[in-house]
Write a protein that binds this ligand. Structure first.
Ligand SMILES: Nc1ncnc2c1ncn2[C@@H]1O[C@H](COP(=O)(O)OP(=O)(O)OP(=O)(O)O)[C@@H](O)[C@H]1O
Ligand SMILES: CC(=O)N[C@H]1[C@@H]2OC[C@@H](O2)[C@@H](O)[C@@H]1O[C@H](C)C(=O)O
Length: 396
């Protein structure tokens, strides 16, 4: 047996594994790195997050990714180079984390790498009749494995598509394994660039779980801030709080056909971008609004989409556990709270043991754990069967 396969086999057979989960999301703020001790699998999964860091991307890195991110046309040469470079860069960031955490690479069983989504293309979002769902994440995993010396499991989304899904949200699996409850109805709400939720009715099986993207979380607000304020995001809602919600623009944004598609569905900044906003402003003649009014309206737009979906799913007492950078946006949180029905309460995912900033990185650690140690099951989820996701890259 090849020593790498033997080591992987031993990791899979252990009672607990040390897994580094990585997430670099659509907000392009940085690489989230979560060192997780995981035991069990499936509904028996136990996770202890031993360390968590967001390695903030310097502007030069953001610019590299932004030059290809969600673009219809890019230089293939640049994309090819970026794929390799980003893998190596992520590997170097992990090495820095290991050093500061004083953890030996040899003690880590595997890295679970999401990679950087550069284009997400569900069928409902493109017009090529011959093609189905597709999504592309870059940051090559062989480069991560070679740079760190740690076996890396990556590219989780392709199997989900091959098995009939849209490649997202994969939160369905981690949320069900880790957060499902027999005593309360729960919603796990993540507000990153895109907002998504997992609805876990009390005592649910995987087939009862509803998991879907909802629409924009922060992506439109971030893009608007980048363009008009030269800032990555609206820190503590400073700009949006000074504006007034414009009802005409809000209604026009809510008329986007994506919202007429039933759950589950996925989306991204390929749809929710500044071009969409410009079209909406033209259609309802609100092009002269102040930047603050636009920001207030975009925040209300995200909040309305989020709260409306939660209200329509949850007709009994339900707790919503929030994660993602949106939890740090006070106006967004206040607007959501105001619109939720009285029987629905908002909490941080911290209450269930996972820090809101770490949740998605932990999700990929859980998926890698399933890839190694999960039992084969035949549950049917909303979109696809519970498939084993991830591809394995060895260090040498
Ligand atoms: N103090 C703050 N005030 C306002 N907004 C904030 C604050 N901190 C973070 N955010 C928002 O959170 C975003 C980052 O969220 P997060 O890291 O969850 O996104 P992501 O994981 O990249 O996205 P996705 O989950 O869609 O892939 C920032 O771009 C910003 O919009
Ligand atoms: C294609 C892609 O990268 N999608 C992300 C994105 O960020 C949030 C939302 O859109 C979600 O569908 C997904 O990530 C999470 C981790 C998921 O798959 O559950």
């Amino acid at each position: 047996m090849h020593p790498h396969i033997e080591k992987l086999y031993q990791s899979a057979a252990k009672s607990e594994r040390l897994i580094i989960g990585l997430m670099s999301g659509t907000s392009l703020d940085g690489l989230d790195v979560a060192l997780c001790r995981i035991s069990g699998s499936g509904r028996d999964t136990q996770v202890e997050v031993q360390a968590f860091t967001t390695c903030a991307y310097p502007q030069t890195v953001k610019d590299k990714i932004l030059s290809v991110f969600a673009k219809q046309t890019v230089s293939l040469e640049y994309l090819t180079l970026l794929n390799a470079w980003l893998g190596q860069y992520h590997g170097e960031l992990i090495n820095q984390c290991l050093k500061s955490w004083q953890v030996e690479a040899n003690d880590v069983d595997v890295i679970a790498s999401h990679g950087q989504t550069i284009f997400h293309c569900p069928k409902h979002q493109h017009s090529y009749r011959d093609f189905g769902n597709a999504t592309l994440q870059i940051g090559d995993a062989d480069h991560i494995a070679v740079t760190t010396g740690i076996t890396t499991v990556a590219d989780f989304r392709q199997k989900h598509i091959a098995a009939g899904g849209e490649g997202a949200p994969l939160a369905q699996y981690g949320d069900y394994y880790y957060f499902a409850s027999d005593t309360e109805h729960r919603v796990l709400l993540n507000m990153g660039g895109i907002a998504n939720l997992t609805y876990l009715p009390k005592g649910a099986g995987l087939e009862d779980v509803v998991c879907s993207d909802l629409g924009p979380g922060n992506t439109l607000m971030d893009a608007y801030m980048r363009k008009h304020f030269l800032q990555s995001y609206d820190e503590n809602s400073k700009q949006a709080k000074q504006g007034t919600i414009n009802q005409d623009l809000l209604e026009r944004l809510l008329a986007e056909p994506f919202f007429a598609i039933s759950l589950p569905k996925t989306t991204g900044p390929e749809l929710f971008n500044l071009m969409m906003l410009e079209r909406a402003q033209q259609d309802c003649d609100t092009g002269q609004l102040s930047h603050q009014d636009v920001m207030a309206t975009l925040s209300a737009f995200s909040a309305n989409v989020i709260a409306t979906h939660i209200n329509s799913l949850c007709d009994e007492q339900t707790r919503v556990y929030c994660s993602g950078g949106g939890v740090h946006n006070p106006l967004l949180m206040q607007q959501i709270k105001q619109q939720l029905a009285a029987h629905i309460s908002l909490h941080s995912s911290d209450r269930l043991g996972i820090h809101p900033d770490a949740k998605e990185a932990v999700l990929f650690a859980i998926l890698a754990n399933e890839c190694l140690a999960g039992k084969s099951t035949n549950h049917k989820g909303q979109t696809v069967a519970n498939v084993t996701m991830g591809k394995v890259s060895f260090a040498d």
